[in-house]
Design a protein around this ligand. Sequence first.
Ligand code: F3S
Length: 87
Amino acid sequence: MTRATFRVHVDPGRCQGHNRCYSVSPDLFELDDLGMSSEVGPGLVPVGLVSQARLAVANCPEHAISLTELTEAELTEAPEVKAEVRP
Ligand code: F3S
């Protein structure tokens, strides 16, 4: 278990369903029935998935994904999340 240090968010107004984010990291993104993406749960990014989150941001052609560092206050209260990476 490790703490999240970043939060990822998909802007639903920009997402066009290219699904590159989900291809890069199905642990961080989920798709609806129309193929539109959203962050999983509150979007907390475990330390072990930060590089995947950055890759998703860089590969979204609509620039719909934001990745923000948690503030000190958020870090203090951030729940622990698994850092497992799917094979
Ligand atoms: Fe949407 Fe970009 Fe992912 S358009 S499905 S957030 S790659």
